[in-house]
Design a protein around this ligand. Structure first.
Ligand SMILES: Cc1cc2nc3c(=O)[nH]c(=O)nc-3n(C[C@H](O)[C@H](O)[C@H](O)COP(=O)(O)OP(=O)(O)OC[C@H]3O[C@@H](n4cnc5c(N)ncnc54)[C@H](O)[C@@H]3O)c2cc1C
Length: 82
């Protein structure tokens, strides 16, 4: 579903998840399901609402990410940039 954001889980009295509550184009909707899969990424709402904790591990390196102008960098070929 496009333009739809999960905002909460549907949880019954037995603490079973039976779907999600979502916002779809400004309207709150409920979607019931037998199985709810959280595939909503790193900051998963589904994970948080299900109370699943995250263990963060330090990896010992940093990453620099950039979009660069190719005219400034030159051309990349099998020998690298030139
Ligand atoms: C800049 C960058 C570079 C990366 N490069 C690499 C790489 O080279 N190799 C590699 O292995 N990994 C890389 N990663 C990591 C990789 O992107 C993630 O590990 C992977 O995309 C995670 O996949 P995912 O399906 O769990 O979540 P995502 O790909 O993040 O997909 C989650 C989806 O859920 C949607 N969503 C989020 N919240 C909600 C909600 N509440 N309701 C509904 N939908 C929702 C999002 O809009 C998104 O479409 C990179 C990440 C970044 C940011």
């Amino acid at each position: 579903m496009t333009n739809t954001k999960v905002v909460d889980l549907l949880i019954n009295d037995e603490k079973r998840i039976y779907g999600v509550q979502a916002m779809c184009e400004g309207k709150e909707i409920t979607i019931e399901s037998r199985l709810t899969v959280g595939a909503d990424g790193r900051y998963s709402t589904v994970r948080q609402k299900a109370g699943i904790e995250v263990t963060k591990r330090k990896h010992g390196y940093d990453l620099l990410w950039t979009n660069s102008c190719s005219r400034w960098l030159g051309t990349f070929n099998k020998n690298g940039f030139n």
